[in-house]
Design a protein around this ligand. Structure first.
Ligand SMILES: Nc1nc2c(ncn2[C@@H]2O[C@H](COP(=O)(O)OP(=O)(O)OP(=O)(O)O)[C@@H](O)[C@H]2O)c(=O)[nH]1
Ligand SMILES: [Mg+2]
Length: 360
Protein backbone atom coordinates (compact mmCIF):
# COMPACT_ATOMS: atom_id res chain seq x y z
CA UNK A 1 0.00 0.00 0.00
CA UNK A 2 2.73 2.35 1.01
CA UNK A 3 4.64 1.53 -2.14
CA UNK A 4 1.62 2.12 -4.29
CA UNK A 5 0.98 5.53 -2.83
CA UNK A 6 4.55 6.48 -3.29
CA UNK A 7 4.54 5.40 -6.91
CA UNK A 8 1.43 7.40 -7.42
CA UNK A 9 2.81 10.57 -5.92
CA UNK A 10 5.95 10.18 -7.97
CA UNK A 11 4.13 9.60 -11.21
CA UNK A 12 1.65 12.37 -10.80
CA UNK A 13 3.77 15.49 -10.59
CA UNK A 14 6.01 14.34 -13.40
CA UNK A 15 2.99 13.57 -15.54
CA UNK A 16 1.68 17.00 -14.85
CA UNK A 17 4.95 18.60 -15.61
CA UNK A 18 5.26 16.87 -18.93
CA UNK A 19 1.83 18.07 -19.80
CA UNK A 20 2.78 21.59 -18.89
CA UNK A 21 5.93 21.46 -20.96
CA UNK A 22 4.01 20.13 -23.93
CA UNK A 23 1.25 22.69 -23.61
CA UNK A 24 3.38 25.75 -23.03
CA UNK A 25 5.04 27.38 -25.96
CA UNK A 26 8.76 27.75 -25.64
CA UNK A 27 9.50 31.42 -25.33
CA UNK A 28 13.02 32.65 -25.53
CA UNK A 29 12.41 36.37 -25.86
CA UNK A 30 10.35 38.91 -23.92
CA UNK A 31 10.10 42.61 -23.23
CA UNK A 32 9.39 43.89 -19.78
CA UNK A 33 9.29 47.16 -17.88
CA UNK A 34 10.80 47.34 -14.41
CA UNK A 35 10.21 50.13 -11.93
CA UNK A 36 12.18 50.34 -8.73
CA UNK A 37 10.54 51.97 -5.73
CA UNK A 38 10.91 55.65 -4.89
CA UNK A 39 12.79 56.52 -1.73
CA UNK A 40 10.64 57.77 1.14
CA UNK A 41 10.71 61.50 1.93
CA UNK A 42 12.66 62.75 4.88
CA UNK A 43 10.52 64.06 7.74
CA UNK A 44 10.33 67.54 9.28
CA UNK A 45 9.58 67.16 12.93
CA UNK A 46 10.52 68.70 16.29
CA UNK A 47 10.94 67.10 19.60
CA UNK A 48 8.03 67.67 21.94
CA UNK A 49 8.78 67.19 25.56
CA UNK A 50 6.85 68.26 28.58
CA UNK A 51 9.14 70.90 30.04
CA UNK A 52 11.18 71.70 26.94
CA UNK A 53 9.29 74.36 24.99
CA UNK A 54 11.24 74.09 21.78
CA UNK A 55 12.84 70.71 21.27
CA UNK A 56 15.35 70.31 18.48
CA UNK A 57 14.64 68.77 15.09
CA UNK A 58 14.06 65.02 15.11
CA UNK A 59 12.67 64.22 11.64
CA UNK A 60 14.05 60.87 10.43
CA UNK A 61 15.16 59.84 6.96
CA UNK A 62 12.95 58.24 4.39
CA UNK A 63 13.38 54.52 3.68
CA UNK A 64 15.13 53.20 0.59
CA UNK A 65 12.93 52.29 -2.37
CA UNK A 66 12.80 48.59 -3.27
CA UNK A 67 15.04 47.41 -6.11
CA UNK A 68 14.29 44.94 -8.87
CA UNK A 69 16.64 41.98 -9.30
CA UNK A 70 16.89 39.20 -11.84
CA UNK A 71 17.69 35.82 -10.39
CA UNK A 72 18.79 32.81 -12.41
CA UNK A 73 16.84 29.69 -11.62
CA UNK A 74 17.59 26.36 -13.24
CA UNK A 75 14.00 25.26 -12.69
CA UNK A 76 12.74 27.96 -15.01
CA UNK A 77 13.10 26.91 -18.63
CA UNK A 78 11.53 29.66 -20.63
CA UNK A 79 10.67 33.34 -20.49
CA UNK A 80 6.99 32.59 -20.98
CA UNK A 81 5.97 34.20 -17.67
CA UNK A 82 7.25 37.52 -18.93
CA UNK A 83 5.00 37.41 -21.94
CA UNK A 84 2.07 37.70 -19.56
CA UNK A 85 3.41 39.73 -16.67
CA UNK A 86 5.27 42.58 -18.30
CA UNK A 87 5.39 45.27 -15.66
CA UNK A 88 7.24 44.72 -12.44
CA UNK A 89 7.32 47.24 -9.62
CA UNK A 90 9.16 47.23 -6.35
CA UNK A 91 7.65 49.01 -3.35
CA UNK A 92 8.38 52.62 -2.43
CA UNK A 93 10.29 53.39 0.74
CA UNK A 94 8.31 54.69 3.71
CA UNK A 95 8.42 58.31 4.88
CA UNK A 96 10.65 59.28 7.74
CA UNK A 97 9.00 60.01 11.10
CA UNK A 98 9.54 62.02 14.22
CA UNK A 99 11.79 60.85 17.02
CA UNK A 100 14.49 60.32 14.40
CA UNK A 101 12.85 57.18 13.16
CA UNK A 102 13.59 56.27 9.59
CA UNK A 103 11.02 55.12 7.09
CA UNK A 104 10.71 51.45 6.15
CA UNK A 105 12.73 50.21 3.20
CA UNK A 106 10.55 49.17 0.27
CA UNK A 107 10.50 45.42 -0.46
CA UNK A 108 12.69 44.28 -3.34
CA UNK A 109 11.37 42.22 -6.20
CA UNK A 110 13.22 39.16 -7.49
CA UNK A 111 12.35 38.03 -10.98
CA UNK A 112 13.19 34.40 -11.63
CA UNK A 113 14.63 33.79 -15.07
CA UNK A 114 16.20 30.84 -16.86
CA UNK A 115 19.96 30.40 -16.64
CA UNK A 116 21.38 31.96 -19.81
CA UNK A 117 19.10 35.00 -19.92
CA UNK A 118 20.69 38.08 -21.42
CA UNK A 119 19.15 41.36 -20.26
CA UNK A 120 19.59 44.55 -22.24
CA UNK A 121 18.21 48.06 -21.97
CA UNK A 122 15.86 48.54 -24.91
CA UNK A 123 16.52 52.23 -25.15
CA UNK A 124 20.31 52.39 -24.96
CA UNK A 125 21.09 48.84 -26.04
CA UNK A 126 23.32 48.58 -22.99
CA UNK A 127 23.92 45.10 -21.59
CA UNK A 128 22.50 45.12 -18.09
CA UNK A 129 23.18 41.55 -17.08
CA UNK A 130 23.93 38.10 -18.39
CA UNK A 131 22.94 35.56 -15.81
CA UNK A 132 24.84 32.40 -16.52
CA UNK A 133 24.80 30.37 -13.30
CA UNK A 134 22.03 29.06 -11.11
CA UNK A 135 21.14 31.45 -8.26
CA UNK A 136 23.14 34.32 -9.75
CA UNK A 137 21.49 37.63 -8.92
CA UNK A 138 21.74 40.86 -10.91
CA UNK A 139 20.41 44.30 -10.08
CA UNK A 140 18.23 45.52 -12.94
CA UNK A 141 16.58 48.61 -11.44
CA UNK A 142 17.93 50.36 -8.37
CA UNK A 143 15.58 51.69 -5.74
CA UNK A 144 15.74 55.42 -4.95
CA UNK A 145 17.55 56.59 -1.85
CA UNK A 146 15.44 57.88 0.97
CA UNK A 147 15.36 61.63 1.63
CA UNK A 148 17.03 63.18 4.65
CA UNK A 149 15.01 64.19 7.66
CA UNK A 150 15.46 67.61 9.20
CA UNK A 151 17.60 66.17 11.98
CA UNK A 152 20.41 66.17 9.42
CA UNK A 153 20.21 69.92 8.86
CA UNK A 154 20.70 71.09 12.39
CA UNK A 155 23.61 73.50 12.76
CA UNK A 156 24.83 76.15 15.17
CA UNK A 157 23.15 78.88 13.15
CA UNK A 158 19.96 77.01 12.41
CA UNK A 159 18.67 75.07 15.36
CA UNK A 160 15.23 74.61 14.01
CA UNK A 161 15.65 73.67 10.37
CA UNK A 162 12.42 73.14 8.51
CA UNK A 163 14.30 71.49 5.74
CA UNK A 164 14.11 67.85 4.67
CA UNK A 165 14.74 66.32 1.28
CA UNK A 166 12.37 64.22 -0.79
CA UNK A 167 13.21 60.61 -1.62
CA UNK A 168 14.90 59.96 -4.95
CA UNK A 169 12.92 58.30 -7.70
CA UNK A 170 13.69 54.64 -8.40
CA UNK A 171 15.14 53.57 -11.74
CA UNK A 172 12.69 52.64 -14.49
CA UNK A 173 13.72 50.65 -17.49
CA UNK A 174 12.38 48.92 -20.53
CA UNK A 175 14.25 45.67 -20.86
CA UNK A 176 14.76 43.07 -23.52
CA UNK A 177 15.13 39.53 -22.21
CA UNK A 178 16.71 36.95 -24.42
CA UNK A 179 17.42 33.38 -23.50
CA UNK A 180 20.59 31.98 -25.00
CA UNK A 181 21.15 28.45 -23.84
CA UNK A 182 24.56 27.65 -22.46
CA UNK A 183 25.94 24.73 -24.38
CA UNK A 184 29.39 23.69 -25.58
CA UNK A 185 28.16 22.06 -28.76
CA UNK A 186 25.21 22.85 -31.01
CA UNK A 187 23.49 20.54 -33.46
CA UNK A 188 22.54 21.84 -36.82
CA UNK A 189 20.67 20.14 -39.61
CA UNK A 190 17.56 19.60 -41.66
CA UNK A 191 14.43 18.31 -39.97
CA UNK A 192 14.66 14.50 -39.65
CA UNK A 193 18.46 14.49 -39.89
CA UNK A 194 18.47 12.71 -36.55
CA UNK A 195 19.57 15.47 -34.17
CA UNK A 196 17.29 14.44 -31.34
CA UNK A 197 18.11 10.77 -31.90
CA UNK A 198 21.80 11.60 -31.57
CA UNK A 199 21.23 13.45 -28.30
CA UNK A 200 19.33 10.46 -26.99
CA UNK A 201 22.14 8.17 -28.04
CA UNK A 202 24.89 10.11 -26.31
CA UNK A 203 23.23 11.73 -23.29
CA UNK A 204 20.48 11.04 -20.80
CA UNK A 205 18.27 13.76 -22.33
CA UNK A 206 15.10 12.41 -23.93
CA UNK A 207 13.89 14.80 -26.61
CA UNK A 208 11.09 13.51 -28.77
CA UNK A 209 12.03 11.64 -31.94
CA UNK A 210 9.66 11.01 -34.82
CA UNK A 211 9.75 10.45 -38.55
CA UNK A 212 8.09 13.70 -39.45
CA UNK A 213 9.81 17.07 -39.83
CA UNK A 214 9.86 19.65 -37.03
CA UNK A 215 9.44 17.16 -34.24
CA UNK A 216 11.62 19.38 -32.10
CA UNK A 217 9.84 22.66 -31.51
CA UNK A 218 12.04 24.07 -28.83
CA UNK A 219 15.70 23.71 -27.96
CA UNK A 220 16.84 21.46 -25.17
CA UNK A 221 20.10 20.45 -23.60
CA UNK A 222 21.82 17.12 -23.01
CA UNK A 223 24.90 16.43 -20.93
CA UNK A 224 27.33 14.03 -22.58
CA UNK A 225 29.55 12.24 -20.12
CA UNK A 226 32.61 10.75 -21.80
CA UNK A 227 34.02 9.48 -18.52
CA UNK A 228 33.54 10.12 -14.83
CA UNK A 229 35.05 13.55 -14.76
CA UNK A 230 34.71 14.80 -18.33
CA UNK A 231 31.50 15.99 -19.90
CA UNK A 232 30.08 18.55 -22.26
CA UNK A 233 26.67 19.99 -23.00
CA UNK A 234 24.93 19.65 -26.37
CA UNK A 235 22.01 21.74 -27.54
CA UNK A 236 19.33 20.06 -29.63
CA UNK A 237 17.55 22.66 -31.73
CA UNK A 238 14.73 22.56 -34.26
CA UNK A 239 15.48 21.67 -37.86
CA UNK A 240 16.53 24.39 -40.24
CA UNK A 241 15.39 24.57 -43.88
CA UNK A 242 16.17 26.64 -46.90
CA UNK A 243 14.46 30.03 -46.66
CA UNK A 244 14.49 29.98 -42.85
CA UNK A 245 15.83 33.53 -42.85
CA UNK A 246 12.59 34.53 -44.59
CA UNK A 247 10.53 32.56 -42.10
CA UNK A 248 10.29 29.16 -43.79
CA UNK A 249 9.73 26.25 -41.41
CA UNK A 250 10.25 27.44 -37.88
CA UNK A 251 12.34 30.38 -39.05
CA UNK A 252 15.87 30.82 -37.81
CA UNK A 253 15.51 32.75 -34.56
CA UNK A 254 16.26 29.64 -32.52
CA UNK A 255 19.81 29.75 -33.90
CA UNK A 256 20.41 32.20 -31.05
CA UNK A 257 20.88 29.10 -28.91
CA UNK A 258 23.98 28.26 -30.86
CA UNK A 259 25.48 31.67 -30.12
CA UNK A 260 27.40 30.53 -27.08
CA UNK A 261 28.54 27.16 -28.34
CA UNK A 262 32.14 26.49 -29.28
CA UNK A 263 31.56 23.79 -31.85
CA UNK A 264 28.75 23.03 -34.26
CA UNK A 265 27.90 19.58 -35.50
CA UNK A 266 26.17 19.64 -38.83
CA UNK A 267 24.08 16.49 -39.09
CA UNK A 268 23.25 15.11 -42.49
CA UNK A 269 21.10 12.12 -43.43
CA UNK A 270 23.49 10.24 -45.68
CA UNK A 271 20.82 7.87 -46.97
CA UNK A 272 17.64 9.86 -47.57
CA UNK A 273 14.62 7.76 -48.52
CA UNK A 274 13.50 10.25 -51.12
CA UNK A 275 15.35 9.38 -54.35
CA UNK A 276 15.02 13.01 -55.49
CA UNK A 277 16.78 14.35 -52.41
CA UNK A 278 20.22 15.82 -52.86
CA UNK A 279 21.90 15.84 -49.43
CA UNK A 280 24.90 17.80 -50.68
CA UNK A 281 22.72 20.61 -51.98
CA UNK A 282 20.71 20.54 -48.76
CA UNK A 283 23.87 20.73 -46.68
CA UNK A 284 24.94 23.81 -48.61
CA UNK A 285 21.53 25.38 -48.09
CA UNK A 286 21.76 24.87 -44.34
CA UNK A 287 25.18 26.45 -44.21
CA UNK A 288 23.97 29.41 -46.23
CA UNK A 289 21.05 29.89 -43.82
CA UNK A 290 23.51 29.79 -40.96
CA UNK A 291 25.57 32.46 -42.63
CA UNK A 292 22.54 34.65 -43.24
CA UNK A 293 21.73 34.45 -39.58
CA UNK A 294 25.18 35.30 -38.32
CA UNK A 295 28.55 35.48 -40.00
CA UNK A 296 30.34 34.76 -36.71
CA UNK A 297 28.38 31.57 -36.22
CA UNK A 298 29.18 30.58 -39.76
CA UNK A 299 32.89 30.89 -39.00
CA UNK A 300 32.72 28.90 -35.80
CA UNK A 301 34.35 25.45 -35.88
CA UNK A 302 31.89 23.14 -37.56
CA UNK A 303 32.15 19.42 -38.17
CA UNK A 304 30.18 17.27 -40.53
CA UNK A 305 28.37 14.29 -39.05
CA UNK A 306 27.00 11.90 -41.63
CA UNK A 307 24.17 10.09 -39.93
CA UNK A 308 22.03 7.01 -40.62
CA UNK A 309 25.02 4.95 -41.72
CA UNK A 310 23.07 1.83 -40.69
CA UNK A 311 20.87 2.30 -43.76
CA UNK A 312 23.83 1.61 -46.02
CA UNK A 313 25.62 -1.74 -46.29
CA UNK A 314 28.88 -1.66 -44.33
CA UNK A 315 31.07 -1.66 -47.44
CA UNK A 316 29.12 1.24 -48.94
CA UNK A 317 29.46 3.66 -46.04
CA UNK A 318 33.00 4.87 -46.44
CA UNK A 319 32.58 5.27 -50.17
CA UNK A 320 29.36 7.26 -49.74
CA UNK A 321 30.99 9.44 -47.11
CA UNK A 322 33.99 10.14 -49.30
CA UNK A 323 31.80 10.95 -52.26
CA UNK A 324 29.71 13.32 -50.12
CA UNK A 325 32.73 15.14 -48.75
CA UNK A 326 34.26 15.44 -52.21
CA UNK A 327 31.12 16.96 -53.68
CA UNK A 328 30.72 19.35 -50.78
CA UNK A 329 34.45 20.19 -50.98
CA UNK A 330 34.60 19.64 -47.27
CA UNK A 331 38.08 19.87 -45.73
CA UNK A 332 37.31 19.81 -42.05
CA UNK A 333 36.59 16.88 -39.71
CA UNK A 334 33.80 14.53 -40.64
CA UNK A 335 32.31 11.53 -38.90
CA UNK A 336 30.12 8.69 -40.04
CA UNK A 337 27.65 7.58 -37.39
CA UNK A 338 24.34 5.92 -36.75
CA UNK A 339 22.44 7.70 -34.04
CA UNK A 340 20.02 4.79 -34.06
CA UNK A 341 22.49 1.97 -33.41
CA UNK A 342 25.06 4.14 -31.65
CA UNK A 343 27.74 3.21 -34.14
CA UNK A 344 30.50 5.84 -34.36
CA UNK A 345 28.94 7.95 -31.59
CA UNK A 346 31.57 7.15 -28.99
CA UNK A 347 34.39 8.22 -31.30
CA UNK A 348 32.50 11.38 -32.15
CA UNK A 349 31.98 12.27 -28.48
CA UNK A 350 35.61 11.67 -27.61
CA UNK A 351 36.74 13.84 -30.49
CA UNK A 352 34.35 16.59 -29.39
CA UNK A 353 35.60 16.37 -25.83
CA UNK A 354 39.23 16.62 -26.95
CA UNK A 355 38.39 19.57 -29.14
CA UNK A 356 36.72 21.38 -26.24
CA UNK A 357 39.70 20.65 -24.05
CA UNK A 358 41.87 22.26 -26.69
CA UNK A 359 43.53 19.08 -27.88
CA UNK A 360 42.15 19.04 -31.35
N1 LIG B 1 17.89 4.31 -39.65
C1 LIG B 1 18.15 5.39 -38.92
N2 LIG B 1 17.17 6.24 -38.61
C2 LIG B 1 17.47 7.31 -37.85
C3 LIG B 1 18.78 7.57 -37.40
N3 LIG B 1 18.76 8.72 -36.70
C4 LIG B 1 17.48 9.16 -36.71
N4 LIG B 1 16.70 8.30 -37.40
C5 LIG B 1 15.25 8.42 -37.64
O1 LIG B 1 15.01 9.64 -38.31
C6 LIG B 1 13.79 10.23 -37.89
C7 LIG B 1 14.01 11.64 -37.42
O2 LIG B 1 14.81 11.62 -36.25
P1 LIG B 1 14.86 12.84 -35.24
O3 LIG B 1 15.93 12.53 -34.26
O4 LIG B 1 13.51 13.15 -34.73
O5 LIG B 1 15.35 13.99 -36.21
P2 LIG B 1 15.58 15.54 -35.88
O6 LIG B 1 16.77 15.96 -36.66
O7 LIG B 1 15.62 15.74 -34.41
O8 LIG B 1 14.28 16.15 -36.52
P3 LIG B 1 13.49 17.52 -36.15
O9 LIG B 1 13.37 17.57 -34.65
O10 LIG B 1 12.19 17.36 -36.81
O11 LIG B 1 14.30 18.63 -36.71
C8 LIG B 1 13.25 9.31 -36.81
O12 LIG B 1 12.31 8.44 -37.38
C9 LIG B 1 14.47 8.53 -36.35
O13 LIG B 1 14.15 7.27 -35.83
C10 LIG B 1 19.82 6.64 -37.75
O14 LIG B 1 20.99 6.76 -37.42
N5 LIG B 1 19.44 5.57 -38.52
MG1 LIG C 1 14.45 16.81 -33.21
Amino acid sequence: MFLERRAHSLADPSGQRQFLIAAVKFVDEARIAVHAGKGGDGAVSFRREKYVPRGGPDGGDGGRGGSVYAKADRNVNTLIDYRYARIHRAKDGGKGHGKQSSGRGGDDVHLRMPVGTVITDRESGELIADITAHAQVALIARGGRGGLGNVNFKSSVNRAPRRATPGEPGESRELQLELKLLADVGLLGLPNAGKSTLIRAVSSARPKVADYPFTTLHPSLGVVRVDVSRSFVVADIPGLIEGAAEGAGLGHQFLRHLARTRLLLHLVDIAPLDPEADPVRDARAIVSELRKYDEGLYRRPRWLVLNKADLLPAEERERAAREFVRRLRWKRPRFVVSALTGEGCRELCHAVMSHLEGKR
